[in-house]
Write a protein of this length. Sequence first.
Length: 545
Amino acid sequence: MPKCLTHQTVSRSEQLHASFPVPTIETIGLLLPFHLCIVVLADLFDKIHGNENLGCLRAEIEECPPRGAKLTRFVASAAPATADDVVAEKLPADIQVTETPEPNSRVRLSVEVPAAVCDDCYRTVIKEFTKRSKVPGFRPGKNVPESILIGYVGKENVKKATIESILKRTLPHAMSSVSGRALEDSVRISTKFPEMESTYSSMKSLRYDVIVDVVPEVKWVPEDGYKNLKIVVEIDKEIDAQTAAEQELRRHKALGALRIVTDRGLQVGDVAILDISATTIEQDESAAQSIPSAESKGFQFDTEDGDKVLPDFLDSIIGIKRGETKSFPYVFPDSWKQEDLRGVRAQFTVDCKELFYRDLPELNDSIADKILSGSSTIEEVKEILLQKFLEVEQTAKEQATDNAILDQLHKMVEVDIPPSLFEEQGRQLYGAQLLQIQANMKLNEQQLASLSSPKAVKEYLENQKENITNIIKQNLAVGDIFKRENLQILMDELVKEVENSISEFKRHNQEYDEGRVKEQVQEVLEGAKVLEWLRERADIQYITK
């Protein structure tokens, strides 16, 4: 991420500790800044957002600080301010800065630059113009009378260049009070340029205001409440690893031929061809309405995948025979993917057109490799499948637990979220969605440009405000716990995961910023460490929905 100003700032990524998997080409969209997601998609950033990203210094009209606001007044030393990557230029005199806290984790810095500093900047500008200007009648680089030089360059141009020089040299010093707290790319000079020109022209000094977002303070309610979490984890269905492995073992069904069932009804293992229709059940006995998304003609229903089609649907039609019709009531689950059908009471009608069973080969060692490549015996297949589903069972519980913990954390913290942090998090999430859409649909340049437009992004930020806010609160809470509890991650693990992530980028011929990747991986590992720490200390209860 580019540094916006020549002063020490704190990257938002240093404050947020997410629980995402270690970044790969598939997951990096959750972590990359929005504009980098666009680059990964189609290298369209310059075309789409060439004029959108704001420069480092943005002059905006801001309201004056409210009356009664708390003021912190101090003198910024003329000595260079220390920073990790930039050293501020020494000034001939001290500047005076007044700090005023503002809502949304913002700070207003009112800067007064004395005449001595302004004059020094003016002299520097004159020297630069002397070097660069080719004034008729004078050799390049030779001394030109100041009045002639100003007449050649233009008085207004000299004044503008002087003010820009003053801002460039004094801003790092003015920012010293928020060094270590300022969020990158959030600094804005709120004083209008004409106003600065007027002050400089009349007083030969300069005054300007700077607005900067700072790292928000995390307030726990109750204090240290995260140390004694009581979590109720809801899971869709208890995973029976043994049963799941046995079901997976029936993958050898693909090796068998389908035969028509003539003497019985539908049972598990069969395949049926169904005509399905559904209507709503209205409580006021008004006319029922059809549910188009739940209707299908000639639907091939594999009973092995019954619950994947519609939960409990199989139980309602088990035993149905060819040519038979069954009608039954059904309530769509609250977790149903189509939101407008959640909780809807419906009446289903199912016609069984055809019914097949599988004529399977004998389950012996000779087909072990066909069921699971690399296996030599059926017992080996069973053991591998069982181990696989035991891991799935554990992973599912851990993920559900992490989600429940994060959901509780954001409710326990109060945070005054700065606008720049909200926008960056929202853009990251939107960028991740674009990556997913691009992976699934292969958008063309025009479609991508439309989805990446400022209007589309703005609508997303507005519609997802609550979700984005909760994610920020979760991330800040996790980061705060990591610091409070002095948790550590292993350097060897960090190095290894960074190498893995970079290898993914190289494998897909994608550009990357090694420093940024390291930051992201560190965030992920720190977040995982916090969640592990919380799981070990929380009172966790598992229930089935």
